[in-house]
Design a protein around this ligand. Structure first.
Ligand code: PNS
Length: 191
């Protein structure tokens, strides 16, 4: 019998309850689902790819047919390497549709054998995005109920570290002017 393998590519910075909802739905219709974190060196992420992978692994530990991986390059090339037949993407609202359609059609143009499957997360997550989670957390708002508890903890840790730095604390062993002089040096070298 033919087994259907799908990849669920994304940035997941950080993974949210909306992502988890989609993973759960995907795990029910695909035989195998690989959650694939994009390694994108151009972005300035809140979490490293390794951190995101770990969070997703913990979040999906109870799903037997779900695994987590990282990739770079074209999504279609990665999907082919994995011998996947489908790309799973979530559509929360009409506003997602235009971008997702464009991406799905481009992926189809690049690799006609791959199908993009759109699924809708639960309505209660229709306003939820990683970008808003980051923004709310950075501005001191609560992200409980928006992300799994383990992610909330990690985000809070990040915010605490950022807050400490903003208040002048620095890692042990660093002289007060060390960081500054280094960056000045770097600037001087690059100009
Ligand atoms: O979670 P995101 O940021 O909406 O995910 C976007 C993602 C990773 C699916 C998209 O940027 C992507 O597929 N990037 C890999 C490079 C690629 O294949 N680009 C062509 C897409 S048509």
């Amino acid at each position: 019998m033919k087994r259907i393998k799908a990849i669920y590519p994304g940035s997941f910075d950080p993974p949210t309850n909306g992502h988890l909802d989609l993973i759960e739905r995907g795990s029910k219709i695909f035989d195998e689902l690989v959650v694939a974190v994009l390694r994108n060196p151009e972005k300035d992420p809140l979490f490293s790819v390794a951190d995101r992978r770990k969070m997703l692994e913990e979040m999906t530990a109870s799903f037997d047919n779900v695994s987590v991986d990282t990739f770079d390059g074209l999504t279609v090339d990665y999907a082919l390497r994995l011998e996947a037949q489908a790309i799973l993407r979530g559509i929360r609202a009409i506003s997602d549709y235009e971008y997702e359609l464009q991406m799905a059609l481009m992926n189809r143009k690049l690799q006609p054998t791959l199908e993009t499957v759109f699924m809708m997360p639960a309505e209660k997550y229709s306003y939820l995005s990683s970008r808003l989670v980051r923004e709310v957390a950075q501005l001191g708002g609560s992200i409980a109920c928006l992300v799994p508890e383990l992610v909330e903890r990690k985000v809070r840790e990040k915010m605490d570290i950022a807050h400490k730095f903003a208040n002048g604390d620095r890692p042990a062993g660093k002289a007060p002017s060390e960081g500054k002089s280094k960056s000045r040096k770097k600037k001087a070298q690059s100009t």
